[in-house]
Design a protein around this ligand. Sequence first.
Ligand code: GUE
Length: 284
Amino acid sequence: MAKRLAGKPVVEKIAEEIGGRVASLADKGIVCGLSLLRVGERPDDLSYERTAEKRAESLGIEVRKTVLDEGVSQAGIEAAIDEVNGDESIHGCLMFRPLPSDINEQAVCDALATEKDIDGISSAALAAVFMDRDFGFAPCTAAACMRVLDYYDVPLEGAHVVVVGRSLVIGKPIAMMLLRRNATVTLCHSRTKDLAAVMRAADIVVCATGRARMFKAECFSPDQVVLDVGINFDEAGKLCGDVDFDEVEPIVGAITPVPGGIGSVTTSVLMAHVVEAAERTTSA
Ligand SMILES: Nc1nc(=O)c2c([nH]1)NC[C@@H]1CN(c3ccc(C(=O)N[C@@H](CCC(=O)O)C(=O)O)cc3)C=[N+]21
């Protein structure tokens, strides 16, 4: 039986850390403002949005929701971004991704002011992650994985971490963040030869492919720490991860559940980032 790396205590710890900071900002007359910008009705976006709204409310962070129709034009999205950039009451913006395929997504991401880009979607923010610099913000999901590893005292120095998935949202940035902590990182993807064997050799496995329950028992070995980043919906509409939890949990040393794992911490990291963004406006 694996140790369950639950998100809840990490979420509570982050709430404790930022509660006081929200209060001192309020003393200065600043209410943290979070913009949620969504295009269409993707179920994983809605799942994130629900949790984010709840979390923000409990922390005294004000949410401004913008919902655009799925058929919105490039100019329409960019206008919404401009509005966020120009609004002083908004300190950070989460724009849900991916955008519809006819949209030039990187152009939209780069239109967002770096200081408001609390999910690291702009080129400038990602460059900071890749250069070990601390301006901007890292993508929340990658930061959430690091928070979970640190909360549960998982040693990173010299550890072999296999990351499966090479997206800019999680795979690539978390590889850099792990490197910065002196882990040895192997970045895998759909063309990796003998993926299961590569995964079995790891101390820590980060699964981030976005395919429901694709990783089965043969990909894992005893004592491993498994982070399941997936937020998928199965045929029954049930939220599930990239890992087949029931099959894998008896084998490994520790594993994050879905729901109640990385996703729940991601939402808290988003709140921490918006508070930090608001603080930066006062100290500039
Ligand atoms: N720019 C961008 N960054 C993202 O990080 C991003 C995105 N776009 N688009 C959508 C996906 C999905 N995603 C989730 C994060 C947290 C929960 C979450 O809090 N889930 C709760 C449960 C929620 C429920 O029960 O519905 C949990 O896992 O415990 C869900 C989904 C981030 N994504």
